[in-house]
Design a binder for this molecule. Structure first.
Ligand SMILES: [Zn+2]
Length: 257
């Protein structure tokens, strides 16, 4: 089966007709999705959606873009959700300096605190990094003991050298729609380079729809398009990508059944 390790079914664009979204992705061969929260409210909603469909699992976390007015005590809400049976990761967490560089230290504080939460609960991480790769790699390297249950760099946009360092630190690399974009030379280089046992697939729906659907509402049903592109780049079959990415997802997110 195909697996979407990172999507947002809680988003207004997808949550309205969830039964249809689920039947569409099942028909496309996508057997499991990890529905990722970005704040306490969306994480609680992701939990609720996971109770409704056996194919949906979830992750709870505070996204770096959501932190500006947040108090660290909100992590207690996340902790409660992380103890639910279908929570397979802490996330989406990380660093994002793209929109706002005025609270980078606060982002690092929350990233580290949520990493410690994951460590205490023996959960892997679903990590988002945008325009902050240097700081993210440093934080991971300096605290690598706390990353021992692993994690995925979602929608990875760094260089091959950065990928190599993160792989050495035990992390997995996930590819989404950007690997299909015409101008994504670096992402394609990394997609060719990542070892078969560390490769994952995602959509980040409703964002980042792959070619030739760019600009439409993305959803987990598009994972096979991404797998086909990965197969083309790596000179292998789609089935090979499907089998490897399922094994990898179930190894990393061991709660995924
Ligand atoms: Zn996301």
């Amino acid at each position: 089966m195909f697996i979407d390790v990172h999507c947002h079914l809680t988003d207004d664009k997808l949550k309205g007709d969830l039964p249809r979204t689920v039947s569409e992705f099942k028909a496309a061969g996508v057997g499991r999705v990890i529905n990722v929260g970005c704040c306490a409210e969306s994480s609680a909603y992701a939990f609720k959606q996971a109770q409704e469909f056996p194919e949906i699992y979830f992750a709870a976390g505070l996204h770096p873009q959501e932190l500006k007015d947040k108090d660290i005590s909100e992590i207690y809400e996340i902790e409660k959700l992380c103890k639910a049976e279908k929570c397979v990761a802490v996330g989406e967490i990380g660093l994002d300096y793209y929109w706002d560089k005025t609270y980078c230290d606060k982002q690092k504080e929350f990233f580290l605190a949520q990493t410690e939460l994951a460590y205490s609960l023996k959960l892997p991480l679903n990590i988002h990094v945008r325009e902050a790769m240097g700081d993210a790699v440093k934080l991971i390297r300096d605290n690598k003991g706390k990353f021992c249950y692993g994690g995925v760099m979602h929608c990875f946009s760094g260089s091959r050298e950065t990928a190599r360092e993160l792989l050495n630190l035990g992390l997995y690399i996930s590819f989404g729609g950007s690997v299909t974009f015409k101008n994504s030379k670096t992402v394609k280089e990394v997609a060719a380079f990542v070892p078969k046992d560390r490769l994952l697939t995602e959509t980040d729906g409703p964002y980042l729809a792959p070619e030739p659907l760019r600009g439409t509402v993305n959803s987990p049903k598009n994972v096979p398009i991404i797998a086909a592109k990965l197969a083309e780049i790596r000179g292998t079959s789609v089935e090979d990508i499907e089998i490897a990415s399922e094994e990898n997802a179930k190894r990393l997110f061991y709660g995924l059944k």
